[in-house]
Design a protein around this ligand. Structure first.
Ligand code: ADP
Ligand code: NA
Length: 347
């Protein structure tokens, strides 16, 4: 069992990134560790493993600033390690260091059909009205995504709703390639199965409950950043927008109160409780009581993360070493597949 998953490098990481994305990876890693431990010696699950990569190659499909991309890649790597991705248990690397990703994409471009890519709804969404001005990379990046997982013979790929179509494409490419260029008993590529990522919370802005918490919000008070110190966290929670009503005792009482619902959702996600469970503890209380409690839980969760995060960002050598080691491990798995692909194509 081998799970492969990528994440876009992004800077100014915040609580939404942690609860909505990064924490899921830590959970997948831990789940994989448990499976490996429980598996019989000699069974396939004994080697259960996660490969996590920073999708820096994908970033060039959109206009980007090189220095900013490098910074965001390092920042995301630091955040992943700070949040619990253990480079000795999972393979953690950035795509650009493993040249096989870009190479395999080219090789798979011969198999992918124009018609298949034309059907990808994400290209339509991301290119918008400016189809002619979009980069070729934006059009073909689902083929890079196929390369990302096929390169490692991934058996399982976590995909949300928006990525289902791209995994289908990866399977179609693998199947057609195996069909056209390999014998039935010696396929070059494994067809990866989709798995649903653990349910993730959607965290809203602390200043406006109708907007997602986001790095691009001009107000820093709208988000808790992973690097925020305890005083800053407490201050942001204290100033978070709310309403004068006390908390209800059930979630349906928060229907028209997005800011209140958001704060309770954050508390629930951090403590692994349901919103109803949190409300059964805090129902009837006002925010004068709830906010300090939320602030404390946040500080407790974020303190070790922000310490490790800022520590790693200051120790560039350690961070480079983690990524270099991950890339070396990734190459070991990737190169045999890449070689087999060249060979199958008569190259
Ligand atoms: P931002 O919205 O700040 O630009 P990105 O788009 O770079 O963040 O998202 C990186 C990852 O974090 C994605 O997997 C995304 O789904 C997740 N994410 C970002 N913001 C939130 C949020 N407010 N709530 C939950 N998940 C989020
Ligand atoms: Na975004």
């Amino acid at each position: 069992m081998r799970v492969v998953s990528g994440i876009q490098p992004t800077g100014n990481l915040h609580l939404g990134n942690y609860l909505g994305a990064i924490r899921n990876w830590v959970r997948m890693q831990d789940d994989m560790g448990e499976r490996a431990q429980a598996a019989e010696d000699g069974s396939a699950e004994k080697n259960a493993q996660c490969l996590f990569f920073l999708a820096d190659l994908h970033a060039i499909s959109m206009p980007h600033d090189p220095a900013e991309l490098r910074r965001a890649t390092l920042e995301m790597a630091a955040a992943l390690v700070a949040c619990g991705i253990d480079p000795s248990r999972s393979v953690l690397f950035n795509q650009a260091q493993v040249h096989a990703h870009a190479e395999l994409q080219w090789l798979l471009n011969g198999t992918a059909r124009m018609g298949w890519l034309n059907r990808m709804t994400q290209f339509k969404d991301k290119s918008g009205k400016n189809r002619e001005g979009a980069s070729v990379a934006l059009f073909t990046y689902p083929v890079l995504q196929a390369a990302d997982v096929l390169l490692y013979q991934a058996t399982h790929v976590p995909v949300g709703e928006d990525q289902k179509q791209h995994l289908e494409l990866a399977r179609d490419i693998a199947q057609k390639f195996n069909n056209d260029f390999a014998s039935e008993d010696a396929p070059v590529f494994t067809l990866p199965e989709p798995i649903s990522p653990p349910q993730a919370a959607r965290i809203m802005s602390l200043r406006d409950g109708s907007k997602k918490m986001s790095k691009s919000d001009p107000s820093e008070m709208s988000r808790i950043e992973l690097a925020d110190d305890p005083d800053t966290v407490m201050k942001k929670i204290k100033k978070a927008k709310t309403d004068p009503e006390p908390l209800p005792s059930e979630e349906k009482g928060l229907e028209d109160r997005p800011e209140a619902l958001n704060l309770v959702t954050i508390y629930a996600a951090l403590t692994d409780k349901s919103v109803d469970d949190v409300l059964s503890d805090f129902g009837g209380e006002g925010f004068g009581k709830f906010k300090p409690a939320l602030g404390e839980v946040l500080v407790e969760t974020l303190r070790p993360i922000s310490e490790r995060f800022t520590g790693l960002l200051e120790d560039r050598e350690a961070l480079d070493a983690i990524l270099a080691r991950g890339a070396a491990q990734a190459r070991q798995i990737a190169v045999p597949t890449l070689d087999a692909t060249y060979k199958a194509l008569g190259l």
